[in-house]
Design a protein around this ligand. Structure first.
Ligand code: SF4
Length: 168
């Protein structure tokens, strides 16, 4: 009850709303793009107002990895390991030309895109992307998370319906 009004909803809708409005980003910053990420979390752009509330440096406490910078072949396994340590459900934002495609580093030691090793949900182009560009990307991710959460909850319901009818 809010004041004199009542709000009704379903548990699924509540879970979807909670998931989408309480995202804890893990920055994987390796180069200049990370500086732009810092401005997005600062008071001027304040990405917390879109639900990206608490920046975490522990993968076990995060659900959105934001990769900002050049990823070398040597660093790739570390990035993959940290991604694997994040609990499900989880998402990845590839920020900047380097993370998306290697950028201008057409070199033997640089990964030509982090999607070679982790699944990417949103690509943010630019060298570096503007803070507004990253904000647009994380808003697009929110839309995707909404769709993903709906699908996950639907599958969960279908599974429990199946096991219920199998038991009957
Ligand atoms: S995309 Fe540009 S700004 Fe970002 S890490 Fe690469 S060189 Fe730096």
């Amino acid at each position: 009850m809010i004041g004199e009004s009542w709000v009704t909803t379903t548990v699924d809708k509540l879970e979807e709303w909670g998931q989408n409005n309480s995202l804890w980003p893990l920055p994987f910053g390796t180069a200049c793009c990370a500086i732009e990420f810092m401005s997005v979390v600062s008071s001027h752009y304040d990405m917390a107002r879109f639900g990206y509330e608490v920046v975490r440096f522990s993968p076990r406490q995060s659900d959105v990895m934001i990769v900002a910078g050049t990823i070398t072949d040597k660093m790739g396994p570390t990035l993959k390991r940290i991604y694997e340590q994040m609990p499900d459900p989880k998402w990845v934002v590839s920020m900047g030309a380097c993370a998306c495609s290697g950028g201008f580093y057409r070199a033997y030691h640089v990964m030509q895109g982090i999607d070679e090793i982790v699944p990417v949900d949103v690509y943010v182009p630019g060298c570096p992307p503007t803070p507004e560009g990253l904000m647009y990307g994380i808003l697009q991710l929110k839309e995707k998370i909404k769709r993903d959460t709906r699908r996950r909850l639907k599958e969960k319901r279908a599974d429990s319906d199946d096991s219920g009818s199998a038991a009957a």
